[in-house]
Design a protein around this ligand. Structure first.
Ligand SMILES: C[S@@+](CC[C@H](N)C(=O)[O-])C[C@H]1O[C@@H](n2cnc3c(N)ncnc32)[C@H](O)[C@@H]1O
Length: 222
């Protein structure tokens, strides 16, 4: 039976006309907002786990319940998978049963977490951003991660970067932004193949018959 999730509706047609100017401004100016103390405490927990881990690191940024992080941890047993979300109510919800040792679910604000990780010199093997809030109103451009001043820190973490979204415009803007930063990028449709599906949101959207997109990008430095 088909479920009925609503597709993203926006008055914005195509890539936002101010995207390039916004991205270049953030690329060329360091963001100065102070990091909150609670973010430093949360990052210290992640830092200790990362330091104790000898394998690679995967960050599931905005992981929601952490179902996608759990899926990644099971599939990539040698990696430490860190799922970060600001919502304590969501984190771990519905994840019954034992969790693998290579999984850490952490409440933190990504705006600080990304900057602290970049300052600490983290280099990720994989960085996942699955179904961020698309902020579809044109006036909300600055809230989208690719047009946010934190983006240079997010990109400094390197690795294979994967965005998934059900709003094609978001995927197009993400692709355009990473290209401006010199990354090589591929945008494609996500199929309903069970092996490809990792996030509850994409499961929901695909079950409703929507298209979902993913943007895969590689760090130009590696
Ligand atoms: C649409 S949900 C997607 C959840 C999950 N990735 C999935 O695909 O099922 C977006 C998630 O990003 C989280 N989020 C948004 N802004 C955040 C921030 N600044 N720091 C941490 N998490 C954030 C929200 O709490 C929410 O759980």
């Amino acid at each position: 039976m088909q479920q009925s999730s609503q597709p993203v509706v926006s008055s914005q047609a195509g890539i936002h006309p101010q995207l390039t100017a916004r991205v270049l401004r953030h690329r060329d100016h360091r963001w100065q907002r102070p990091v909150a103390d609670h973010s430093r405490r949360a990052f210290a927990v992640a830092g200790q786990r990362a330091a104790a881990h000898s394998g690679s690191l995967i960050l599931d940024a905005g992981c929601g319940t952490g179902a996608s992080s759990l899926c990644l941890a099971r599939r990539c047993g040698d990696a430490l998978v860190i799922g970060v979300d600001k919502s304590q109510a969501r984190l771990g919800r519905g994840l019954d049963g034992p969790r693998p040792d290579n999984l850490l679910l952490l409440r933190a604000d990504l705006v600080d977490f990304w900057r602290l990780a970049a300052e600490a010199g983290w280099q990720l093997a994989r960085h996942c951003i699955f179904y961020p809030n698309p902020w579809p109103k044109p006036g909300h451009l600055g809230r989208r991660w690719h047009a946010h001043p934190v983006l240079p820190s997010l990109l400094a973490l390197g690795g294979e970067l994967e965005l998934r979204t059900n709003w094609e415009t978001y995927a197009m803007e993400w692709e355009a932004t990473l290209t401006l930063h010199g990354w090589s990028v591929r945008r494609e449709i996500v199929t309903a193949d069970a092996a490809a599906v990792v996030s509850p949101f994409e499961r929901k959207y695909l079950a409703s018959g929507h298209h979902c997109w993913r943007v895969l990008a590689a760090d130009p430095e590696r």
